[in-house]
Structures are given as structure tokens and as C-alpha cells.
Design a protein around this ligand. Structure first.
Ligand code: ADP
Ligand code: ASP
Ligand code: MG
Length: 407
């Protein structure tokens, strides 16, 4: 008997009919002789709606209260799914993240899983139950409810699969797998049959929201195979695994985009030691993660320092950076939150020249201005205007011939 962890995303459980459809798929899996743990997201846009509701009450809701509120979305869907399974004559029990033994740190809205105490889950499986766990949430050692960050149910699923040594973690969603680019923006995007953890991690980190990046990271650490497939069809999906294929050398594997980007520029900074640390240390203390950082070459010992943050962090970042800019004698601190990040990713790009040139030329031919550039061994990222994202990824997809299968 194999243990399988399945996760169903928000659009897969958006209404009563869809919940019943998911229940039938889970029942099938158990009928085939498997033990099944299911992780479920909140129905449809519930999480967004709860955030809006909270903001109507208080524009700056307290983080602890907001996390408890948001965790209820997944509680609703998990209980309804258990009821749907009961309706089909199956034994099932729903558990909150806390009941499932998911312990996290206390960073509300972006909590990390510290450990899982799976006793209760094991007990329920032994009783023959299908165990439905509310995704995206956990509990601190002080018994406060936390959430894991948007899209975090994927991470709950892979963490449970790793902790209980499942055979596979299956992520069911509203597309048929991982594509060479977001299929909603690029209709020519091609579904990948498989992808290595490293490339998937890079794509997810750079904005391909089909997988939560921390879920991929856990998959890689625990070598847990992850299947991404549709909850509406029986098509084979994409396997994310460790053994990447040798033949995809010299190729871009996929394109990711992220519109959740804001830029801060500290203008007229005196070029002397200690300036970068004066600006970035307070940001890191405030738990703001800084992404791209670019410092211009200085003229007359004066330079500009630019960095990007998630849009949700912009207000906080500006309120910290402004007084620091003043204290170090910088001219001003300006921001722009109409930007986006477009990245090409592929392990086959390592040590091969020409990719950057093709990317820049392609964007130039579209009349797209590149504001910032960053690279790693296996990716190149350009920051551009948000309203040009679709043109950029469509053109890059064509330029790197991603619609063609790799040989
Ligand atoms: P779920 O609610 O099931 O977790 P998400 O909305 O979080 O689903 O993720 C699925 C979405 O990810 C798809 O609808 C698609 O628009 C988007 N997406 C972005 N990049 C990719 C990609 N490379 N391959 C597949 N889907 C992608
Ligand atoms: N419901 C949460 C969100 O919308 C978590 C998830 O769907 O994975 O972000
Ligand atoms: Mg998701």
C-alpha cells in the first residue's frame, strides 16, 4: 500500500460541484489501494476576499488577526471536502494545520514550517480515514495560528509528503502541468513532461506561480517527486524530480514573469564604504526581502542605488529608506511600482554565451526598455514596464523556440 499526498488548489474547489468532482478523484485514488492525505486550498478567491474584508474594517489589519482570518478559508474547504467524501460513502476526516501537527515560526503571513508532528495524521490513516488537511497554515509553539504566504498550500503538501515519506506528492491545479511560460499569457507555451528541481525552483522563485517556490525547495531537499497536473482531466502532467535529463543542454527551459515588483532608487548617494549596509540592514531587520540591487558607477563620488522589493513591502521600504537617505546625505528617494520582472531560465545556459544578447535584442526589437538586469548561472532577468510583459514573454518564447520540443 502506497501513501500518496494530493493537493487541490483554489480553482479546483471553487464551488460545490467542483468539490464533489475532487472528492470523486480522491475516492478513486484510495480505491486503487493507496493511503491518501489531501491538502486543500481555500475555495476560489476566498483568500483575496478575506483580505479585502479585513481592509474594509481596518486598512492596516494586525498581522496575527489577519492570519487567523485567512486560515479559515482552508478550514471551510477541508470540511466541505470531507463531507463530500462521506456522501460518496468514504471515511474521511478534516484537520486544521494545527491539528495536523504543522509547527511554524511566528513570522505572520510568511511563516516557515519548523517541524511536523504527524501523530494525529498517522492515527487517522490507521483508522482507514482519508485525511484532509487545511493547507497554507500552521501553529507556533505559543499556539498562535500562522499562514505560510500566498500559494503556501503547495508547501504544506510537499512538507507532509516528505515528513510521512509518501511515494509522491501530486499537485492538482487548473492547468495541465508546468509549461514553458504561463499558458494564460502565451498560448503557444508547451507543457513539459518533466523538469528538474533546480530549474523549477528558479522558475517558481521568479514568478511562475504554478508552484510555490518553497514547496519546490522542500521537494529538492527531501528528493520527493512532485507531479503537477490538472484536477479537471486525466492528462499525464509534469513530473518535477532530481534526475534532470542530459539532452536539454544549451537551451532555455522556460520563461517566468512577475508583476509584483516595485523599485526604490536612492538618488545622489555619496560613494563611500558603509552606505549599502546603512540602507539594507534596516530593511532586512524589518523582514523585507530585497531582490535586484544595482549601484551605478559613481561620478564625482556620487552614485545612485536602486533595488526592488515586492509591492506589498514598498510602503514600509520607503518609510525606512527615506530617513536613512537623508541621514547619509543622499539627494532623494524615489519609487516606481509599475514594473515587472521577466526571466529566462535553463541549466543549459551555463557557460554558454549568446543568451543575454538574444534576450536584449528581442526586447529591443519590441521597443521594450530594460530598466535593470540581473543574472545567475542559470537565468537572466530584466526589469521592464509592467504593461509590456505580455509582449516581452511572447517575443522571447518565439526567439528561444520554446514551442519546439527539445531533442
Ligand atoms: P492553484 O490555485 O491550483 O494553486 P495557481 O493559480 O496558484 O493554482 O497556479 C496555477 C496558475 O499558474 C495557472 O493558472 C497559470 O496561469 C499560472 N502559471 C504561471 N506560470 C506557469 C507555468 N510556467 N506553467 C503553468 N502555469 C503557470
Ligand atoms: N489560499 C491561499 C492563497 O490564496 C493559499 C493557497 O492557495 O495555496 O494564497
Ligand atoms: Mg497555487
Amino acid at each position: 500500500m502506497a501513501l500518496i499526498v494530493q493537493k487541490y488548489g483554489g480553482s479546483s474547489v471553487a464551488d460545490a460541484e467542483k468539490i464533489k468532482n475532487v472528492a470523486r478523484r480522491i475516492a478513486e485514488t484510495q480505491k486503487k489501494g493507496n493511503e491518501v492525505i489531501v491538502v486543500v486550498s481555500a475555495m476560489g478567491d476566498t483568500t483575496d476576499e478575506l483580505i479585502q474584508l479585513a481592509k474594509q474594517i481596518n486598512p492596516k489589519p494586525e498581522e496575527r488577526e489577519l492570519d487567523v482570518l485567512l486560515s479559515t478559508g482552508e478550514i471551510v474547504s477541508s470540511t466541505l471536502l470531507a463531507m463530500a467524501l462521506h456522501g460518496l460513502g468514504y471515511e474521511a476526516v478534516s484537520l486544521s494545520g494545527a491539528q495536523a501537527g504543522i509547527e511554524t515560526d511566528a513570522s505572520y503571513s510568511k511563516a516557515r514550517i519548523l517541524r511536523i508532528e504527524p501523530k494525529r495524521i498517522v492515527k487517522e490513516l490507521e483508522k482507514g480515514n482519508i485525511v484532509i488537511v487545511a493547507g497554507f497554515q500552521g501553529i507556533t509553539s505559543d499556539k498562535d495560528i500562522t499562514t505560510l504566504g500566498r500559494g503556501g498550500s503547495d508547501t504544506t503538501a510537499v512538507a507532509l509528503a516528505a515528513s510521512l515519506k509518501a511515494k509522491i506528492c501530486q499537485i492538482y491545479t487548473d492547468v495541465e502541468g508546468v509549461y514553458t511560460a504561463d499558458p494564460r499569457l502565451v498560448p503557444e507555451a508547451r507543457k513539459l513532461d518533466e523538469i528538474g528541481y533546480e530549474e523549477m525552483l528558479e522558475l517558481a522563485t521568479l514568478g511562475a506561480k504554478v508552484m510555490h517556490s518553497r514547496a519546490v525547495e522542500l521537494g529538492q531537499i527531501y528528493n520527493m517527486p512532485i507531479l503537477v497536473a490538472s484536477s479537471f482531466s486525466d492528462k499525464p502532467g509534469t513530473i518535477i524530480h532530481g534526475g534532470t535529463e542530459m539532452e536539454v543542454r544549451n537551451r532555455v527551459r522556460g520563461i517566468a514573469h512577475d508583476t509584483n515588483v516595485a523599485k526604490v532608487t536612492v538618488v545622489g548617494v555619496p560613494d563611500r564604504p558603509g552606505i549599502a549596509s546603512a540602507i539594507f540592514e534596516p530593511l532586512s531587520k524589518a523582514n523585507i526581502s530585497v531582490d535586484t540591487v544595482v549601484q551605478n558607477a559613481s561620478i564625482n563620488n556620487i552614485t545612485d542605488l536602486t533595488f526592488t522589493v515586492a509591492r506589498g513591502d514598498l510602503e514600509k521600504a520607503m518609510s525606512l529608506a527615506k530617513p536613512i537617505a537623508k541621514s547619509i546625505g543622499a539627494k532623494e528617494c524615489v519609487s516606481d511600482s509599475t514594473l515587472a520582472k521577466v526571466s529566462i531560465v535553463g541549466t543549459g545556459m551555463q557557460n554558454v554565451p549568446g543568451y543575454a544578447a538574444t534576450m536584449f535584442r528581442t526586447l529591443y526589437e519590441q521597443g521594450i526598455n530594460i530598466q535593470l538586469i540581473t543574472t545567475s548561472e542559470i537565468r537572466i532577468t530584466c526589469i521592464i514596464a509592467e504593461d509590456r510583459v505580455k509582449d516581452a514573454i511572447k517575443a522571447l518564447h518565439k526567439a528561444f523556440e520554446l514551442e519546439k520540443a527539445s531533442i
